[in-house]
Design a binder for this molecule. Structure first.
Ligand SMILES: [Zn+2]
Length: 234
């Protein structure tokens, strides 16, 4: 292998390692939390809180109703007790009982209405619960696959590192340093560009024929005039 061939091989390994690193980062993020699970959990919490507040409202209505029923009972007992002497008072009590019965009827209706709403909310909660369970199942499945992928990628990265060390051992420190610094400077981490026809494959600019020739020879560092990358001709 010529020096440039070795360098190009190193670049290929490093680019693969970069891609693995990016994927590992994505995997770790995906394993940390699931937006779908979070969303389903928030929906369930919302349904539960709506259910709780309606249930306590209903409880209060039922207590009010009990109070009204007790009043009706008390007033009717007074009516039939024979203790009321004046017809005026009798009429007043009768009127009061009528009003109380009207209120009772209205409350009954509201209670029935709220009980129906409560049923609907229970159905919503049940739906949210199954959606959450489903999202958690999917997340668990995905996580299992991601962990498998992670293990494979770590093994690949380890093997790439071993191959890298072997390549670095045959390259001169100066060449390695130039390569490493170029890689740091380039946004995509590509320091070695392959000649494609007569152009640099990384920046697309035409290369001088002397540059191409040196790149073919492969034993000396040669650079693209435009992007500054090391040029390699296969
Ligand atoms: Zn270039």
């Amino acid at each position: 292998m010529s020096m440039l061939q070795t360098l190009f091989r190193l670049q290929t390994l490093d680019s693969s390692t970069d891609a693995i690193r990016v994927r590992l980062y994505e995997i770790d993020r995906a394993l940390a939390e699931s937006p779908a699970v979070n969303h389903a959990r928030a929906e369930l919490q919302q349904a539960e809180s709506a259910l709780r507040s309606l249930a306590s409202e209903l409880k209060l209505l039922e207590l009010d109703l009990q109070g009204i029923e007790q009043k009706i009972k008390d007033e009717e007992e007074r009516l039939y007790s024979g203790k009321i002497r004046s017809p005026k008072e009798m009429l007043e009590v009768q009127r009061e009982v009528e009003l109380l019965k009207q209120r009772r009827e209205q409350m009954d209706e509201r209670i029935i209405q709220q009980m129906e709403e409560l049923e609907q909310l229970r159905a919503v909660r049940a739906r949210c619960e199954s959606a959450l369970a489903e999202a958690e199942r999917t997340f668990a499945d995905d996580s299992r696959q991601l962990r498998e992928e992670r293990t494979k990628l770590l093994a690949q990265a380890k093997s790439l590192l071993e191959q890298r060390e072997a390549l670095c051992a045959v390259l001169s420190p100066t060449v390695l340093q130039t390569y490493t610094e170029l890689r740091k400077r380039k946004a995509n981490g590509v320091a070695v560009s392959v000649v494609k026809g007569v152009t640099c494959s990384q920046c697309g600019e035409a290369l001088a024929s002397s540059v191409i020739q040196m790149a073919r020879h492969g034993e000396q560092l040669v650079f693209c005039d435009n992007c500054g990358r090391i040029v390699y001709a296969s």
